[in-house]
Design a protein around this ligand. Structure first.
Ligand code: FDA
Length: 312
């Protein structure tokens, strides 16, 4: 439970506006953030995409930002994706580059019409992705958004069946969600879950989250969809390979995913060993919440950040 406490505490502290102002104002923060973020502009994301894909990796590009403040902000985010995908298309990377999208950045939480607004933007993004030979994966945010995100996913999949979604093993409901999505043949990115969630909806201990991850993996591997195993945890990666083999899936029947800047050497080793390894690549100016979650999930990341502050 120390781990759950660390996560909740850090996420709570980081949400304070004074802390946000202090951290985003630090010149040194930029250098540390650069380890996890491609840069501010689409050009930066594309430059890193070229570098990673020529090293044998695949990418899923995320425009940073969440919880659009109003409809105009949601429209700006959607536009940023359309511009990015237009720039991506001529690179001819096909499935080796896709987009990850947070529905809250597209307006999902803006009142009663929010979901419809987000769906409208997401449809356009899916169409632009398809024109670039790519797909879209919906990120999963905190537990209050899951029903809405799955509704949007199902609407999108009617026209764009290649659209995927992230599912968090931390949430108690996720085993049932995996069963449904595996039956429907969806692409599912399985993650542990980066948000602090209450015991009424989520496993609290690391071991319970890991055990649930294995149960979800088994369901996805035995199902009709395409499992995307998103973790830096070597034990779970080994379990995934064993479950895939048992379910008769070859190396092209699932993929591994990791975050940009986390275990980069391991990413390359796995790719050289013949796995499809996709790197989640965020870019944009609005890096703070993403960065705070990386600190919350791993005390070593916080230590790295603090060391860099004292070494100037
Ligand atoms: P965890 O953090 O428990 O680490 C497990 C083990 O991995 C460690 O004990 C260590 O052995 C090894 N490890 C981890 N980091 C290491 C490092 N830097 N160096 C060496 N070893 C290290 N979350 C969410 O809620 N919604 C989402 O949509 C997504 N999307 C997403 C996409 C992708 C591609 C990834 C990889 C992750 C997400 N996440 C996410 C985040 C996810 O929920 C989770 O918070 C992080 O991946 C951290 O959990 P791990 O599975 O890596 O294990």
């Amino acid at each position: 439970y120390a781990e759950a406490m660390y996560r909740s505490l850090l996420l709570a502290v980081s949400r304070g506006s004074a802390v946000r102002r202090a951290v985003t104002g630090l010149p040194v923060a930029r250098r540390v953030v650069d380890r996890f973020v491609a840069g501010e502009h689409a050009e930066d994301a594309l430059a890193v995409t070229r570098r990673l894909t020529s090293a044998g990796l695949a990418v899923t590009i995320d425009h940073l930002g969440e919880h659009a403040a109003d409809a105009a902000a949601a429209a700006r985010t959607a536009k940023a994706y359309l511009v990015l995908l237009d720039m991506l298309a001529p690179l001819g990377l096909g499935e080796r580059a896709e987009a990850s999208v947070k529905l809250s950045a597209l307006g999902q939480t803006l009142g009663p019409d929010g979901e419809a607004v987000a769906l409208g933007h997401a449809r356009q993004i899916c169409a632009a992705a398809r024109a670039a030979g790519a797909a879209v994966t919906l990120d999963m945010e905190d537990h209050t958004t899951v029903d809405s995100t799955l509704r949007v996913l199902r609407r999108l999949r009617a026209d764009f069946p290649e659209t995927g979604v992230a599912i968090q093993s931390r949430l108690l409901r996720s085993e049932a969600d995996c069963r449904d999505l595996a039956r429907e043949g969806a692409r599912v990115r399985l993650v542990k879950g980066a948000y602090a969630e209450p015991p009424s909806v989520a496993h609290q201990s690391r071991s319970a989250v890991d055990r649930a991850y294995v149960r979800c993996l088994r369901t996805l591997m035995e199902g009709n969809g395409y499992p995307m195993v998103a973790t830096h945890d070597d034990r779970l990666i080994a379990v995934a390979a064993a479950l895939a083999a048992r379910a008769g899936r070859g190396r092209d029947g699932y993929e591994l995913q990791m975050l940009y800047g986390v275990r980069p050497a391991r990413q390359r080793v796995l790719a050289h060993a013949g796995h499809t390894v996709r790197v989640y690549l965020p870019y944009g100016a609005d890096w703070y919440d993403y960065f705070a979650r990386r600190l919350a999930e791993r005390p070593a990341n916080l230590a790295f950040f603090l060391r860099s502050l004292t070494s100037v």
